[in-house]
Ligand binder design. Structure first.
Ligand SMILES: *[C@@H]1O[C@H](CO)[C@@H](O)[C@H](O)[C@H]1NC(C)=O
Ligand SMILES: *[C@@H]1O[C@H](CO)[C@@H](O)[C@H](O)[C@H]1NC(C)=O
Ligand SMILES: *[C@@H]1O[C@H](CO)[C@@H](O)[C@H](O)[C@H]1NC(C)=O
Ligand SMILES: *[C@@H]1O[C@H](CO)[C@@H](O)[C@H](O)[C@H]1NC(C)=O
Ligand SMILES: *[C@@H]1O[C@H](CO)[C@@H](O)[C@H](O)[C@H]1NC(C)=O
Ligand SMILES: *[C@@H]1O[C@H](CO)[C@@H](O)[C@H](O)[C@H]1NC(C)=O
Ligand SMILES: *[C@@H]1O[C@H](CO)[C@@H](O)[C@H](O)[C@H]1NC(C)=O
Ligand SMILES: *[C@@H]1O[C@H](CO)[C@@H](O)[C@H](O)[C@H]1NC(C)=O
Ligand SMILES: *[C@@H]1O[C@H](CO)[C@@H](O)[C@H](O)[C@H]1NC(C)=O
Ligand SMILES: *[C@@H]1O[C@H](CO)[C@@H](O)[C@H](O)[C@H]1NC(C)=O
Ligand SMILES: *[C@@H]1O[C@H](CO)[C@@H](O)[C@H](O)[C@H]1NC(C)=O
Length: 856
């Protein structure tokens, strides 16, 4: 290319850019007006071409704990509450206070999308003379928040205005992400995913007026203070003009990965941000590079720092973090700092700190007559045991081990080994293992002695302090979860082949005296010796991975990394549980199936994995789904005041009063003459058919057995409250159907699991019709500019030519679109990488598989 033509091209470029940069300001501001339309429970963000749909959150009412314990708020997002508030209908927000109800928010709310945040605003009854209550509900994007409830923001001095915040993934716009794992040429693996934020951007202050919002391997959270156009992973906020805050896209994720290693420095580069003109008046796009510097002592919440060497179009940051360290470096650091009561999990690089347990005495019972007193990471004070003792027998004051702060790591969690206690025979000295486990929710949070032997003492301590990440216990799209099967205090115990299996689901087994498997194991196999003592404990694996779906309704939960396999000592034992739906069953119990090739298989017939879910009865007249945070008030089936419904055939009259309690028919909801048709209730929700089944058993005597009955509440939108009807009158049992719209609230029982669309799509022509002519003008210019830059870059570097051509094609084919949209999904590889991040389960799965990838 001749110099002349290059100069000409440069001139054209600069000229167009000048025109554009004038428009540019315009464009940022006009885009940020964020024209929004709303209807029902959805808000449309014109800029992102994205609809926020909160409908599922409004499927039924939720209760919100208010400021004071005595206050409670009943709340339904975009429909009136089914139950009256203070005797009146038409409220969405009802405050109960000292047995009084106040309607603080009426239906309908006004929906507002402002500064990147969706808000629902309700006005209510009078609060002070001339002023009514107002409720603001702010929808906060949190990609990891599914099935949540709103929280009250503690009240300011103004009692008439109530603010709530609802963290939910439904408030998130679509997002992109890619793997955060890098393996270098020496086979060191780095995982930066601990720096990925799913709810709040990392903010780096650049000067008084500018700050950069960044995320790692994930787009920034599009919300108040970070309303950049496009799908940035770095978004600059410039408040130089406070009346006209400017947001600039400083680069997007690169595919397949933005994460590279250059000159021994782990770095992330985001590119293809907004257009920028650098010092040499060359047009480029805004870029951001983050350099990750290994610092094993860096606190996990340490943020990136701005590098003042940055140019205007290319901002650079350095981020000191433990995640950028190789295993060798971490090990060195650990051994040099071994006395700090902290430990880093070499796989996840997460740091576990137990300093909060230091400097206090704990007492643990080993038997009815034996107690030990101990401290964590330090010696006992004023103890009658020797000076260095960390754990002391409280009866005869002998040491069970000297203290140290050398917290160590095993796959199941951190542990301490206190050694050099009192002599225990054979020239040996006592030692004590204190292992910390992230157990099931609701674990005791107290140390438990598992084994007390002459030379060793084993204590397990189940505590949330070491819970960095519990698996969700749900399948990838939350089709089903096994949460109801988790045991917090007693394991499932089954016997087979002369062995005993102590089992928990998705969580470590509950601590069981006399059984010591590697701490954190989900399944422990033991044998009883001739004296009935447990021996030969063997771990069958750890709860590291979420269950997976196998076909329609079968769910498989796998546990890996168990004890070494006796037949193949180089392999670890693993196990799997296969769950089958049993509609007529209950939660069920595991069954041993077979063992081969170091792998144990168990089967489990249960109704948990059916589309039917067990419910429970909550007095006075509510049923609750045990695995979804939803409830249904059955008094809604009756006009007020409640009168029993009577159902008749030729011979009999049944009176049905679900809410009758003891007053109706001696506690039976269904009654015929003096026959009570059952006092014990079994509730099931079937989400596939939208039927709620109420099964009553243990009624009054009928021949030899008790009366039983069944009432099916069947969703029917057109039936109103509806009426019950007899469907079967059999010997000692009757069955009724009740078509009602009340059961349709159940349509929302499996609410909040609908994933938000995630893969970026080019907006359809329809969506774009309303774009003003100014935008069309900008578009045309943008296209021209890109074409010109493209040509020019092409001439400078032929390698980029191919890539540019496809980008230009992408732009011109979506001509109407207002931005340089060339990060399109144009190969299947890219499509695969544009993972659905709006669904946090996918992310969790991803983390899981990342763990696998690390293979430690
Ligand atoms: C939006 O931002 C403006 C200016 O910062 C502020 O005055 C206003 O209160 C914000 N609105 C919301 C809903 O945060
Ligand atoms: C308060 O609400 C009442 C109806 O409940 C309405 O008549 C009145 O105009 C409202 N007052 C204000 C200040 O909005
Ligand atoms: C680990 O990182 C350190 C610097 O942090 C470096 O000196 C060392 O060579 C690295 N080791 C390996 C095995 O890559
Ligand atoms: C330990 O044993 C003592 C006395 O036998 C008893 O008072 C105490 O409640 C026990 N503590 C626990 C945690 O079981
Ligand atoms: C704890 O220390 C004792 C005594 O040195 C040793 O025999 C035992 O193997 C150690 N246990 C663990 C799990 O580190
Ligand atoms: C326990 O394990 C040992 C060694 O692995 C083995 O010899 C012994 O037979 C096992 N005991 C039982 C009761 O299975
Ligand atoms: C077996 O488990 C141990 C302890 O968790 C681990 O160090 C080892 O790498 C595992 N082996 C295999 C083959 O997974
Ligand atoms: C173990 O059981 C599984 C599932 O029932 C079956 O597929 C497999 O063939 C069985 N293996 C053996 C060795 O019996
Ligand atoms: C059922 O109730 C109706 C209305 O109260 C009454 O007329 C009828 O006789 C009753 N039938 C029987 C079998 O008790
Ligand atoms: C309730 O029980 C009492 C005594 O067991 C019985 O006399 C009475 O008839 C029962 N009432 C009804 C409505 O069945
Ligand atoms: C059935 O009811 C009777 C009396 O109401 C009660 O004693 C009994 O325990 C109940 N049986 C079951 C299985 O719940």
């Amino acid at each position: 290319m001749t110099n002349r033509s290059r100069n000409l091209l440069l001139f054209v470029t600069v000229f167009i850019h000048l025109v554009l940069s004038k428009e540019n300001k315009h464009q940022t501001t006009s885009f940020l007006q964020q024209v929004v339309s709303s209807s029902d429970c959805t808000l449309f963000n014109d800029v992102l071409q994205y609809t926020y749909d909160f409908t599922t959150l409004s499927a039924s009412s939720v209760s919100v704990q208010a400021d004071q314990d005595k206050e409670k708020i009943r709340f339904r997002l975009c429909s009136p509450l089914k139950q009256m508030c203070n005797g009146h209908d038409g409220y969405c927000v009802c405050l109960s206070k000292d047995d009084k109800e106040i309607g603080i928010g009426k239906f309908p709310p006004s929906l507002k999308y402002e500064n990147g945040t969706s808000q629902f605003i309700y006005s209510g009854d009078p609060c002070q003379p001339g002023r009514n209550y107002t409720v603001h509900v702010i929808m906060k994007c949190d990609y990891a928040a599914v099935q949540t409830s709103p929280e009250i923001i503690p009240q300011g001095p103004d009692q008439c205005v109530i603010h709530m915040i609802w963290r939910t993934n439904l408030a998130c716009a679509r997002s992109n992400k890619h793997s955060c794992i890098y393996v270098d040429e020496f086979n060191n693996t780095y995982d930066l995913s601990s720096l990925t934020s799913l709810s709040d951007n990392h903010v780096v202050h650049i000067d008084d007026k500018t700050e950069m919002m960044i995320n790692v391997c994930h787009t920034t959270i599009h919300e108040h203070g970070a309303t950049c156009y496009g799908a940035p992973a770095a978004c600059l906020k410039n408040s130089t003009d406070p009346n006209n805050v400017d947001y600039i896209n400083y680069g997007e994720l690169m595919y397949p990965s933005s994460l590279t290693m250059k000159d021994g420095k782990l770095q992330i580069k985001y590119d293809n941000g907004y257009l920028c003109q650098d010092k040499r008046t060359v047009l480029t796009t805004h870029q951001t590079t983050i350099y990750f510097i290994c610092d094993p002592s860096a606190s996990p919440d340490r943020e990136a720092e701005y590098d003042p060497e940055s140019g205007p179009c290319h901002y650079k940051f350095t981020w000191k973090t433990r995640a950028a360290c190789n295993a060798t470096r971490l090990r060195e650091y650990r051994s040099a700092n071994a006395s700090k009561c902290t430990i880093v999990d070499p796989t996840t690089k997460w740091e576990y700190k137990l300093q909060s347990l230091m400097n206090q005495d704990f007492i643990v019972n080993a038997s009815s007559s034996k107690q030990y007193k101990f401290r964590i990471c330090g010696p006992l004070q004023n103890s009658r045991c020797a000076k260095e003792t960390g754990i002391c027998d409280a009866q005869n004051f002998t040491s069970a081990g000297n203290a140290n702060a050398n917290l160590m790591w095993q796959h199941g969690g951190p542990y301490l080994n206190y050694t050099d206690g009192a002599a225990c025979g054979n020239g040996q000295r006592r030692y004590t293992l204190i292992a910390f486990v992230c157990g099931a929710e609701g674990s005791s949070d107290a140390p438990v002695v598992l084994k007390d032997e002459p030379c060793s003492l084993i204590i397990h301590w189940y505590t949330d302090r070491v819970c960095k990440r519990r698996i969700l216990c749900a399948t990838a799209k939350n089709e089903t979860n096994l949460l109801p099967l988790i045991r917090s205090s007693k394991n499932y115990v089954i016997k087979a082949m002369g062995k005993e299996f102590h089992i928990n689901i998705c969580r470590p087994m509950a601590p069981t005296p006399n059984i010591v498997c590697p701490h954190g194991s989900a399944v422990c196999q033991t044998v009883r010796d001739s004296r009935g003592q447990y021996t030969n404990e063997t771990s069958l694996g750890f709860p590291d991975q979420n269950p997976v779906l196998d076909g329609d309704e079968n769910v498989i939960l796998n546990y890996y990394r168990g004890s070494p396999c006796p037949e193949h000592p180089e392999k670890n034992i693993s196990s799997s549980f296969k769950f089958f739906c049993d509609y007529n069953g209950d939660e069920g119990l595991p069954q041993y199936k077979n063992y081969s090739n170091c792998h144990y298989i168990f089967e489990w017939r249960t109704n948990i994995v059916c589309s039917t879910v067990m419910g429970e009865w909550v007095a006075p007249c509510t049923i609750k789904d045990a695995s979804h945070p939803r409830e249904l008030d059955l008094s809604l089936l009756y006009e007020k005041p409640i009168k029993p419904e009577v159902v008749s055939n030729k011979e009999k009259n049944w009176s049905i009063n679900i809410c009758g309690g003891k007053d109706h028919c001696n506690g039976s909801a269904i009654c015929q003459g003096t026959n009570g048709y059952g006092t014990d209730l079994n509730v099931r929700f079937n989400y596939r058919t939208n039927v709620i089944s109420l099964k009553y058993s243990n009624g009054t005597k009928c021949n030899n057995k008790p009366y039983e009955s069944e009432l099916l509440l069947i969703c029917s939108n057109t039936s109103g409250i509806g009426k019950p009807a007899l469907s079967l009158d059999a010997n000692c049992m009757a069955s009724f159907k009740w078509l009602t719209n009340i059961a349709c609230a159940g349509g929302g029982y499996n609410a909040a699991t609908t994933p938000v669309a995630a893969i970026t799509e080019t907006p359809s022509a329809d969506n774009l019709k309303n774009y003003g002519s100014a935008q069309t003008w900008i578009v045309t210019i943008s296209v021209l500019v890109v074409l010109v830059i493209g040509l020019w870059l092409c001439m400078r570097n032929s390698q980029r030519c191919g890539r540019l051509r496809s980008r230009i094609e992408a732009i011109t084919s979506s001509r109407n679109h207002s931005r340089v949209q060339y990060s399109r999904v144009n190969t299947t590889e890219e499509a695969r990488l544009l993972l659905d991040t709006s669904d946090p389960h996918t992310l969790d799965e991803q983390i899981d598989s990342d763990d696998e990838l690390l293979g430690v």
